[in-house]
Design a binder for this molecule. Structure first.
Ligand SMILES: CC(C)(COP(=O)(O)OP(=O)(O)OC[C@H]1O[C@@H](n2cnc3c(N)ncnc32)[C@H](O)[C@@H]1OP(=O)(O)O)[C@@H](O)C(=O)NCCC(=O)NCCS
Length: 230
């Protein structure tokens, strides 16, 4: 908690066309690492490797996209673009939203999860446009991170998800203490597997009975696992 408090109000800037850190962010990260090492001495190595030092930038620019922290006023675009559509969320772990208020509730949850450091979800926006076309999240899990993503069908097939995932894979593997960037998808969702390959991840095999996708079945489903490691 203390490590995160030290970082709470450091300024960040948008980086042009690729991920960059400002001096302030670099200083903040160094500060966190120092704190982590002190904590490791006090509480043991496992504490240091717990992933609590991950501090993604709130805004990341790629060649064609802006990834930014979602806001409550994104609810309408997200609801209409994909969250209300049963065909789009078929292989996700949640059911379609029934109202914009469902989406607002979800965005409150997403904001709180970011503040706690549990999960960092970005709205995927086209550069020059503010409305989100999708979302991509990084879930820290000790020495690894796990990604999840979705994009609205009117933007499928243009490489946007792979572009967003690539930059977050590279960013994650550049973080101290993170050795694996991984993700999985339902065994019947090959488009998602292809996104992971395009983002530089390697197919690892089938995770039997790994994840419940309630729009398909109540029982856990087999999933395809992909990762990039260092
Ligand atoms: C899966 C999803 C994220 C892909 O997004 P996208 O922006 O269209 O992805 P990209 O354009 O970066 O890449 C898609 C790739 O999958 C390929 N593809 C699409 N349908 C496919 C299929 N049925 N089988 C195999 N490959 C397929 C595309 O041809 C493309 O590969 P290519 O560039 O080599 O031709 C998007 O369809 C989506 O949001 N689906 C619903 C939510 C979801 O399933 N999320 C993943 C949860 S694990």
């Amino acid at each position: 908690m203390l490590g995160r408090a030290l970082l709470a109000d450091k300024p960040f800037v948008r980086a042009a066309s690729r991920v960059q850190f400002t001096h302030d962010v670099a200083a903040a990260q160094a500060q966190t690492v120092r704190f982590s090492l002190a904590a490791a001495r006090a509480f043991g190595e496992e504490w240091r490797m717990s992933g609590t030092t991950l501090t993604p930038q709130p805004v990341i620019c790629t060649e064609r996209l802006v990834l930014r922290r979602p806001r409550l006023d994104d609810a309408q675009a997200i609801f209409e673009g994909y969250a209300s559509r049963a065909d789009v969320v078929r292989y996700l772990r949640w059911r379609p939203h029934e109202s914009v208020e469902d989406t607002r509730q979800f965005l409150r949850f997403v904001g709180a999860a970011w503040d706690r450091g549990d999960e960092f979800s970005y709205a995927i926006c086209l550069a020059q446009e503010d409305a989100p076309i999708g979302m991509i999240g990084i879930h820290p899990a000790g020495t690894r991170v796990v990604f999840g993503y979705v994009i609205g069908p009117s933007h499928w097939g243009q490489g946007y998800t792979a572009e967003a995932l690539s930059v977050l894979v590279e960013w994650s593997l550049a973080q101290e203490g993170i050795w694996r960037a991984g993700a999985y998808c339902d065994i019947e969702n090959p488009a998602s597997g292809r996104v992971m390959e395009k983002a530089g991840m390697t197919y690892e095999g089938i995770l039997k009975r790994w994840s419940v996708h309630p729009n398909v079945a109540q029982e856990p489903r087999d999933c395809l696992s992909y990762s990039k490691v260092r």
